[in-house]
Design a protein around this ligand. Structure first.
Ligand SMILES: Nc1nc(=O)c(N)c(NC[C@H](O)[C@H](O)[C@H](O)COP(=O)(O)O)[nH]1
Ligand SMILES: [Zn+2]
Length: 167
């Protein structure tokens, strides 16, 4: 139900507000949700976890830690119908050279080899400030993961995302 998507996206935006402002990235928030039950499995925001971490990455890392798994094996503990809400579309290239979130989302497979994250709900496309056009959505969809824009919070998401940039 669109109303529910907007509610989850609002919670993701609440996460983004926790992120320390920096000129070299965007302040993003994300939520991992079990789509069958509506349960929020994990929340995260940019730089929440140690190192130069992204919101989606923190969601996966925290859930993995809660299940004594390394992030790359998080799929083993995720429900089969998991979705992620992120205020900004997952990255496919990072200036830092760290593994992009699109790849982290694609690799969340169960022991059966099936992807656990089935859909990505996003608040905005990534502004072409750091890496030109974001190819994350294309890569996700090429890997069978549906990307759905949740309209309504774009202005707020972008003003939070760029709060650390010289205006
Ligand atoms: N979806 C998303 N979630 C985040 O948590 C975040 N910070 C970005 N930001 C995308 C932007 O393209 C990268 O932040 C820059 O490319 C700098 O790269 P690093 O973040 O330093 O690896 N995008
Ligand atoms: Zn990312």
């Amino acid at each position: 139900d669109p109303k529910d998507h907007l509610q989850y996206m609002r919670l993701a935006l609440d996460q983004a507000q926790e992120s320390p402002p920096k000129p070299s990235n965007f302040r993003v928030g994300a939520l991992l949700v079990d789509a069958d039950t509506g349960t929020i499995l994990s929340r995260g925001y940019t730089l929440e976890c140690e190192g130069n971490t992204h919101a989606e990455q923190c969601c996966l890392l925290k859930f993995a830690k809660a299940h004594d798994l390394p992030e790359e094996s998080v799929g083993e503990a995720l429900p089969t119908n998991t979705v992620i809400y992120t205020t900004m579309e997952p990255c496919n290239l990072r200036l830092s050279g760290n593994l992009p979130c699109a790849d982290r989302i694609i690799r969340t497979r169960g022991k059966d080899g099936q992807p656990r994250i089935k859909k990505v709900y996003l608040g905005v496309k990534e502004p072409e400030k750091f890496v030109g056009e974001n190819e994350g959505r294309k890569k996700l969809e090429e890997n069978g993961i549906e990307c759905i824009h949740v309209p309504g919070l774009e202005d707020r998401i972008l003003s939070v995302a760029t709060a650390g940039h010289e205006q």
